[in-house]
Ligand binder design. Sequence first.
Ligand code: ATP
Length: 299
Amino acid sequence: MCYDTLLTLDGTHIRGYLLTRLIGHGSFGAVYEGKCNSDKIAMKVSTEEEDLQIEALTLQKLYYSDISPKFHFTGRYGPYHIIGMEHLGYDLEWIRKNTPWKSCRRPTLIRMAYQMVHCLQALHEKRLVHRDVKLSNFALSHPKTPGNEVSVKILDFGMSHEYADAEGNLQEDPRGYVFKKMRYSSYDVCIGCDPAPKDDVIMAGYAILYAGGFDFHEKLKSPENELMNWKRELIRAPGETLPLMLKFLTPFFEEVGELNDICPVNHELLKQRIQECLSEMDASSDLVLTQEDGYPVLT
Ligand SMILES: Nc1ncnc2c1ncn2[C@@H]1O[C@H](COP(=O)(O)OP(=O)(O)OP(=O)(O)O)[C@@H](O)[C@H]1O
């Protein structure tokens, strides 16, 4: 089958939407902006049928949780599988890249971390595990008027999995992904354990450090044993391992270090620990997105 048009579908009409712009692309798919009159959506186009079907199903399960783009439709276009969903704003990696010193200020980081954990909470409450948590898989909603408030949403459920049925019996994923090879996985996953909700939280921890100015991408280039040591020490002795500028996050990482695969993740407690990192502000208060000299400013 020929997939070479995957990145050149702009100008095409699918389901009444004109694909106006390629937003970005990943390993097996691309995301376009689709427009129909004043209605703007995001359209994911992929070669991977199973992953896309799982993503569509997950988005439907999360529809009323308000932590992911709203699902509109799924279907086919020629050789491709498509999902139409709510169009979101900037992803958090883009925000990081376009922030002075590539590091969000403390109050912004705390609000962001709080909302990231809130996204994972809603996901885990539905017995879903994301398994691909990284900064670029969180994005902001479009600003609301009049105060330009935005909220953090989680994206990209192609690797997600319903890890238990309603009775609590664990369910295998027949797709057989090898997560230990993903360098940004948690320590336990890198030594071969199945990714569980607590690993989503640990990976969110890496994303929070990255948003806070720590060069996690550079860290990922370290030799294998060095990277593994760092991941282990980060949750064993966060107070000593966190970089100086991010030591204020110790209460949160201490709680992350307590997580295991037997006890369910206590997201409320994690949120409380995030609050303790910067007690002078309200971690659950809204993030606000404004513009300064043409650049977005998230506070
Ligand atoms: N609903 C959406 N609204 C706006 N932008 C979106 C939406 N969904 C995804 N995107 C953006 O589209 C781009 C591509 O997303 P996609 O999930 O295909 O790949 P990725 O996460 O970059 O890579 P990979 O699949 O390798 O993890 C990303 O920049 C993402 O922020």
